[in-house]
Design a protein around this ligand. Structure first.
Ligand SMILES: Cc1cc2nc3c(=O)[nH]c(=O)nc-3n(C[C@H](O)[C@H](O)[C@H](O)COP(=O)(O)OP(=O)(O)OC[C@H]3O[C@@H](n4cnc5c(N)ncnc54)[C@H](O)[C@@H]3O)c2cc1C
Length: 526
């Protein structure tokens, strides 16, 4: 196949894609055997009006493809992204701990290649998990084993499901194709703004689970890893606590995909002497503007109806080296309570597929590095997160979140009214943001607003509302991996996904799961 770049109207069809190809290349319609989009980006800055810039893969006869490639007429080869992993038989069944994107995809690949993985997940299957999540978001009753962070599908299940893909490779293609086969909209394969929506994610996760079981995998919920057995510097088994008792399982290939919020896991790894290091992450608040206001800022007044709710992504680098950035934008979404420990407040964001809620929110974060932590311990970042989360809780003495009008934050006042209604469902109380965030963070947030307003005129909207804290932006710890991708000092222990510190977001965590599974299988080739 070959590929070329084309422009498309917002309301393009399969036919108009073919027309655009024929306008871009010296070929006739009837020569096109097949074509499909591989990339689509909204272009807001072209004088000709809002349209899509797209890359399209085209199948022609081999002679025509060869001829066009030779002439270099605005075409290049479209590579194959097939993932080919041979069937393998391992000495022991591989174990996957954690059933978020990394664990799901590691288990799927292992199952597809005949390795019959056993999965342990501390939380519940997604339907029962839904009830626990609702109990927390309506009544503030938190289940520390099953919540927005823990349970089937991992942290990604209650999210906007925006899929940040970046440069395509065979691992990401495997993830995206699987998502589409299991119910994600087809445009996740090519759209730069693709999202699945929290309302569709649970169905997709269930279908992947069914595939793993059909292919010989086993999945145990309410089953928490409590210990790892090591012999001669290599993993030989694990202990798992389920509802009734503790059980031991033997294995020499353990995929540890427990995410960034499993603090007990980081403590266990530290006690076991596993090589760890502290790493930087982001801390700040969720910032909500009215959705329509953001749409008009991004698209202009009277924008075409065909456009979906608008997103933004802003970054500034302050003097002194600190960065402030927006993150995980949820257009038309809500701010969600994302705590997993008693006595601490954590916020995050999610949207349904329609992205049609009143407000649009994004995290508004300041970069923190190990030099901001109070000790040299690899776990010191967790201490900073905990301190902030607990301070916020102590302000409201409940899981109601502290919030403040953006204009008040900038002027260091409290007016007591909130024209933009916060969407955090448990409830909010007005408090000064510095009452729970360290001064270096609030100072940096204040300093960034002018820059953000320069980038996106109108970003500074005094009636926008800040709800916080947002502390679980990525892993504060890295579990060091060697060349063979297992732990630097414990063979057969494969840290995977966001908690390992090598990924961030649904796609890169899932991709990491695929890579780890491939590595385990290749090591044990039949
Ligand atoms: C509210 C919210 C919205 C988000 N929105 C987006 C988005 O729109 N797009 C995006 O790309 N990313 C988003 N993210 C981030 C994304 O969810 C994560 O990057 C991703 O889920 C990380 O995948 P993972 O598999 O590495 O870990 P996780 O998804 O965290 O999964 C880890 C799993 O391990 C389990 N576990 C932990 N400890 C144990 C144990 N001891 N024993 C057994 N099981 C254990 C947990 O219960 C959990 O299910 C969002 C996150 C949140 C919380």
């Amino acid at each position: 196949m070959i590929k070329t770049n084309i422009k498309l109207e917002l309301n393009y069809s399969y036919d108009s894609v073919k027309d655009a190809i024929c306008a871009a290349l010296p070929i006739k319609r009837e020569e096109i055997i097949d074509c499909h989009l591989v990339k689509r980006t909204l272009n807001l800055n072209d004088k000709g009006g809002i349209h899509y810039d797209a890359t399209v893969a085209i199948s022609l006869s081999p002679e025509r493809e060869y001829g066009l490639l030779k002439m270099r007429k605005r075409v290049s080869e479209y590579p194959s992204y097939e993932l080919n992993i041979p069937q393998s038989k391992l000495n022991t069944r591989p174990i996957v701990v954690g059933f978020g994107p990394a664990g799901l995809f590691a288990a799927l690949i292992l199952a597809e290649c005949g390795a019959a993985p056993i999965v342990f997940e501390r939380g519940l299957p997604v339907d029962e998990r839904d009830e626990r999540v609702k109990l927390f978001s309506t009544l503030g009753i938190l289940d520390t084993e099953c919540n927005v962070q823990f349970g089937e599908g991992g942290a990604g299940t209650y999210s906007d499901g925006k899929l940040k893909v970046g440069a395509m490779d065979k691992y990401k293609m495997k993830v995206l194709k699987t998502l589409v086969e299991c119910g994600a909209p087809e445009d996740v394969l090519f759209s730069s703004t693709a999202h699945v929506g929290t309302d569709r994610l649970s169905g997709i996760v269930k279908k992947i689970r069914e595939r793993i079981i059909y292919l010989g995998g086993e999945i145990h919920f309410s089953s928490r890893l409590t210990d790892i057995s090591v012999k001669d510097g290599a993993v030989c088994g694990i202990t798992v606590k389920n509802k009734e008792n503790e059980e031991k399982y033997d294995t020499d290939a353990l995929v540890l995909a427990t995410g960034h919020s499993a603090r007990d896991m980081f403590i266990l790894l530290s006690e076991k002497g596993v090589a760890l290091e502290a790493r930087g992450f982001g801390i700040g608040v969720r910032l909500e503007h009215p959705r329509e206001y953001i749409n008009e800022l991004v698209y202009g007044k009277g924008y075409p109806d065909l456009l979906e709710s608008a997103s933004y992504h802003l970054v500034t680098h302050l003097k002194g080296g600190r960065s402030v950035y927006s993150f995980c934008m949820c257009p038309g979404g809500t701010v969600v309570p994302a705590a997993s420990c008693h006595g601490g407040i954590v916020t995050n964001g999610m949207s349904e597929f329609a992205r049609d809620g009143e407000n649009s929110n994004a995290a508004f974060l300041v970069s923190v590095t190990p030099s901001d932590f109070s000790s040299d311990s690899p776990l010191a970042g967790i201490e900073l997160q905990k301190k902030i989360e607990e301070k916020a809780y102590s302000l409201t003495d409940s899981y109601k979140a502290p919030c403040q009008r953006l204009g008040d934050f900038l002027n260091d006042t409290l007016t007591g009214t909130l024209p933009t209604k916060p969407t955090y469902p448990i409830g909010t109380e007005i408090h000064r943001t510095e009452n729970y965030l360290p001064e270096f963070i609030t100072d940096s947030l204040r300093k960034s607003i002018n820059d953000f307003d320069d980038w996106m005129r109108g970003f500074y909207y005094p009636d926008a509302v800040m709800t916080g804290p947002e502390t679980r932006t990525t892993s504060p710890v890295r579990v060091l991996r060697g060349e063979s991708l297992d732990s630097l000092n414990i063979k057969g222990l494969y840290p995977a996904g966001e908690g390992a510190g090598y990924a961030g977001g649904i796609i890169s965590s899932a991709r990491d799961g695929v890579i780890i599974a491939e590595r385990i299988l290749m090591k044990n080739r039949c």
